[in-house]
Design a protein around this ligand. Structure first.
Ligand SMILES: *Cc1c(COP(=O)(O)O)cnc(C)c1O
Length: 367
């Protein structure tokens, strides 16, 4: 070997565990020779892509030989129209994971502290550690964020706080009043990254709209994605909204062509497809009720969720249950890497998928 490359990596990267995505259906097909697999493991939109988005992406394919618009002018105009955002306050990303990483790159030095909660989205620990910053992890409250504990964890070394609302993998959420009280108490020098990947799904009238809070809190960054309710996970597009100064910083570290032409076009188009969003929310509402009812009928403890997934406690190790469900062609998500070894996370699917998932789970649990 000669050279110890691991020793040459940065300390953060040396100890890093890569993100484990939901198992692709094709992988299970290869491994077990199964067909007719259902995947409810990555919180994807079960309706398939919006036809409007698909047509726009197809049209954009005629320009595959060209670099995309590095400024994303048209998509930013569409975001301004749709959300009332300042185009100079938008940073486009290759999925919102990309913008989360840009935030870490722009703000974190070794020794800086980052506050997030237990059961927070795993990308936060990964980008914190990759930056050789120090994670300060607070205990959860009813599987969700303990905002008092998070405030108490802030020191003069704290640079960033990460909160996903609703949270993944637990589905828990914070009200507008809770969030605003937190922001009012947070030192102005500490940036809150409010990850609103699932915001479209919430039906609670007290659920906050982070974008509407940007004018009030200069130390707020809101991230959104087209991967979930907008059904474009495969194209990779998301964005951060923040004040112009923060946006300028994020765009300094952004790769100029980080969002592809088809992704820009599809995202711009899908914002017009109000019918698709309405169908998505309707399907999710019905599927959520179906899954929650079915899981509770099995005597399982479902954590109330405002997203397009539910986290369910099995009262026993979930790993073997996950494996046996795989063997029957149903892919769900184990969350042992979130320190929830007895839980599974199940994405809301179409009615027939939810039904089959419930049947297979019941079969496995009673075997
Ligand atoms: C799915 C998800 C994202 C979005 O990821 P993309 O990179 O936009 O596909 C961001 N945050 C959370 C909490 C998520 O669950």
């Amino acid at each position: 070997m000669g050279c110890d490359f691991i020793a040459r990596a940065t300390p953060g990267v040396q100890g890093l565990q890569p993100y484990v995505p939901g198992k692709p259906a094709q992988e299970l097909e290869r491994e077990l020779g199964l067909t007719d697999i259902i995947k409810l493991a990555s919180n994807e939109n079960p309706l398939g892509p919006s036809p409007v988005a698909l047509a726009a992406a197809q049209q954009a394919l005629t320009e595959l030989h060209l670099y995309p618009d590095a400024s994303g002018y048209r998509l930013k105009q569409a975001l301004q129209q749709h959300f009332g955002l300042d185009p100079d306050g938008i940073t486009l990303g290759n999925g919102s994971n990309d913008v989360l990483e840009l935030i870490a790159r722009a703000f974190l030095r070794p020794g800086d502290e980052v506050v997030y909660s237990r059961y927070a989205f795993l990308v936060y620990p990964i980008i914190t550690q990759a930056s050789s910053a120090t994670a300060v992890v607070t205990e959860a409250l009813d599987w969700g964020h303990d905002l008092d504990a998070m405030l108490a964890a802030v020191t003069e070394r704290t640079r960033l706080v990460f909160i996903a609302n609703p949270n993944n993998p637990t589905g828990t959420w914070l009200s507008r009043a809770q969030l605003c009280a937190f922001m009012d108490a947070l030192p102005a020098s500490v940036v809150l990254v409010l990850d609103e990947a699932y915001t479209e799904y919430s039906e609670d009238p007290e659920f906050p709209d982070g974008l509407a809070l940007l004018a009030r809190y200069p130390n707020l960054i809101v991230t959104r994605t087209f991967s979930k309710a907008w059904g474009l996970a495969g194209l990779r597009v998301g964005f951060a909204a923040a004040n112009r100064e923060i946006t300028d910083l994020l765009n300094r570290v952004r790769q100029p062509f980080n969002v592809s032409g088809p992704a820009l076009a599809a995202a711009e188009a899908v914002l017009q497809d109000t019918d698709y969003l309405a169908r998505t929310l309707k399907s999710n509402r019905a599927g959520m009720r179906q899954l929650v009812d079915g899981l509770e009928r099995l005597g399982l403890a479902v954590i109330p969720s405002a997203g397009n997934f539910v986290c369910v406690g099995l009262g026993r190790p979930a790993g073997p249950v996950y494996q046996q469900m795989l063997a029957r062609g149903v892919i769900v998500r184990p969350v042992a890497n979130y320190q929830m070894p007895d839980h599974l996370r199940i994405s809301i699917g179409l009615e027939a998928q939810n039904l089959r998932c419930l049947q297979v789970l019941e079969e496995v649990l009673s075997a």
